[in-house]
Ligand binder design. Structure first.
Ligand SMILES: NC(=O)c1ccc[n+]([C@@H]2O[C@H](COP(=O)([O-])OP(=O)(O)OC[C@H]3O[C@@H](n4cnc5c(N)ncnc54)[C@H](OP(=O)(O)O)[C@@H]3O)[C@@H](O)[C@H]2O)c1
Length: 358
């Protein structure tokens, strides 16, 4: 039987989410990959235990996680909750889920241009809660903006989820600064607030510095940065080719082997040298960089870095990043020199769909 580590809250301090009353750990664990039907259940279970024992209280899901068996990450996590987190342990967890991408057939299942409709969002939340075995999600997200769907409708569905008691807080993911401001305004009009934004952010893709962080700050909205390790590229995983057990080597994954280019490897090697001088692994420095205080323009740093993992050791290594979050100006300048990022949001995989016009 799993008995949580009694010192689990001794590792780091928790960060307030925007101007809300909720706090999140600086590192959160996402279940997009490695927690589905085709993955090893006992390894998944061990990763959840490892994370919670280290003070990670926030687990992030979505209706479609567990690819290619969409929904199976929620089913597996629901089983782990039921078997290992009985009783009041539920109150020590922040569990999020999302609706926005393709989930079931037909015009109400989230494919193409229907991932923002009231019909789809509320049905999807019910399905997620059933798979998770929960009465409510702590945070429920609109997983992406859907051009052609009025923001009143999408935000209205999130408001209904709160009023029904099926979500405590709501968030948005991959919305541009303009879409975020529109959602924040509409939320206030409907008597709720957007708690948090979930954007992709890492040393290879800094788009949120170009306006989004300022909008979040002005509206008291927190942020949780997904893919802080660029799906594993910002680690020492790919320095000597593509390992057989890595994400880039597996079928049905979002990281294609073709993304591991010679140019990227050179950047990774140069970043690894800076990390070594800091006494960190590259993964640890990449996480510390996402959470750094001294961001461009003085805007507030992100609330939490949302990592993925394929084994418990990666979680332990990544939590140790929190022991050294400070960067000197010289280190930041040296990192900036190495990074080149594509500012065209149309080339960002999480925006390409959202930016489509009808
Ligand atoms: N809102 C959205 O649209 C959206 C989109 C994508 C993701 N997300 C969220 O963000 C979460 C994280 O995404 P992600 O898994 O792509 O994030 P990530 O943290 O950038 O990448 C995780 C991968 O990096 C490798 N890794 C992790 N720690 C390592 C270490 N210490 N040393 C070496 N390799 C290490 C592992 O790859 P291997 O598997 O190769 O070992 C792991 O699977 C997801 O689970 C999901 O919750 C949200």
């Amino acid at each position: 039987m799993y008995v949580p580590n009694e010192n689990r809250y001794d590792h780091f301090s928790y960060r307030r989410v925007g101007s809300s009353g909720l706090k999140l750990p600086p590192l959160s664990l996402g279940l997009w990959h490695n927690f589905g039907y085709y993955d090893n259940f006992e390894t998944a279970r061990e990763m959840i235990h490892t994370a919670f024992d280290l003070g990670i209280t926030h687990f992030d899901l979505a209706n479609n996680y567990g690819n290619p068996a969409n929904g199976s990450a929620e089913t597996n996590f629901g089983r782990i909750l039921k078997e290992d987190f009985p009783g009041n342990l539920r109150d020590e967890l922040i569990i999020s889920t999302k609706a926005g991408f393709d989930m079931w057939p037909g015009p109400y299942g989230g494919s193409d241009d229907n991932g923002g409709s009231r019909k789809y969002i509320l049905a999807s939340l019910d399905q997620s809660l059933t798979r998770l075995g929960l009465n409510y999600a702590d945070i429920f997200y609109s997983h992406r903006p859907v051009p052609g769907t009025p923001i009143e409708e999408t935000v209205g569905a999130l408001a209904t989820a709160i009023h029904q008691g099926k979500a405590l807080y709501v968030g948005i993911s991959s919305y541009t600064p303009e879409q975020t401001q529109a959602a924040a305004n509409e939320a206030v009009r409907q008597g709720i607030r957007i708690l948090i934004h979930q954007p992709n952010y890492n040393m290879f893709d800094r788009w949120i510095e170009e306006g989004l962080q300022a909008v979040l700050d002005q509206n008291g909205i927190g942020s949780i940065a997904f893919v802080p390790l660029a799906q594993g590229l910002l680690t020492d995983r790919y320095l000597n080719g593509i390992p057989a057990d890595s994400r880039a080597a597996k079928a049905h994954q979002f990281l294609e082997a073709g993304s591991v280019t010679d140019e990227k490897i050179k950047q990774i090697q140069a970043l690894g040298e800076i990390a070594e001088k800091r006494g960190q692994s590259l993964a640890q420095m990449a996480i510390a960089w996402v959470l750094r205080e001294n961001t461009t323009g003085g805007v507030k740093p992100v609330t939490s870095a949302l990592i993925g993992a394929s084994r418990p050791e990666q979680i332990r290594e990544n939590v140790a990043a929190l022991d050294h979050l400070e960067f000197s100006n010289e280190e930041l300048a040296a990192i900036d020199q190495i990074l080149l990022w594509d500012k065209n949001l149309g080339n960002n995989p999480w925006h390409a769909l959202a930016l489509r016009s009808d």
